[in-house]
Design a protein around this ligand. Sequence first.
Ligand code: OOG
Ligand code: MG
Length: 255
Amino acid sequence: MMNLSEIAEFVDDASRYANAIPQLSETGKDLTLEQAYEVQRLSVQRRYDRGQHQVGVKMGFTSRAKMIQMGLDEMIWGRLTDTMLVEDGGEIDLSDFVHPRVEPEIAFLLNKPLEGLVSPAQAMLAVEAIAPALEIIDSRYENFKFNLPDVVADNTSTSAYVVGPWVKPDIDFTNLGMVMSFDGRPVQIGSSAAILGHPLRALVAAAKLVGEDGGRLEAGWTVMAGGATAAEALTSGVHVRLEAQNMGSVNFSVK
Ligand code: OOG
Ligand code: MG
């Protein structure tokens, strides 16, 4: 049985070198959820040790569509580092990933810290801007299959994200149409309301979950609210665009 640091090295290497690994839970490495978050912390620490730094957090399983697609129904969170950010209009290389998928999200930019139990109104006061965003998830597990501790240990499949133009949060973003297209053809259509009924609830949940873990959301951080629809597999050469009503668009290409 590997200890938690060895498991952290195992999942970090899988992510670093884009190698698929068997599910921890299928190979005698059954973790509690608490141990899984510790593995995540240790594995992302390895990234910090290589010079990366944390720039935010991402929420997972905040919509029914995502829960149904992956067969899990508990909210999870992971850590974003600076090297995961892909510029709007930029390009990613499939060889850097195992089997990437993309999902439409909303990103929050914070201008003050948020910690623990906060009300939606308090959370809103910490929002500098919001933006349409695309998350590129890439489970390191074979066949993109995992249970809750597996995916938490794997930094909740986080691999890259693209953020569109930041807009002042003075628009009502409760229920805005979101259309994700591949080469101009809509592949997922949804609404920001799919994210916990209101994406702001994802920010409230992020402050709570990170607080329970002994941390807080920091000023300057980006918080990804979670996929509003199911994720779509990426293929070579595809151009991905998300158009979010009243918010603008964000896009990237796959080499
Ligand atoms: C886990 C990550 C979930 C989301 O937005 O719901 C997530 C996965 O689906 O691989 O990022
Ligand atoms: Mg996501």
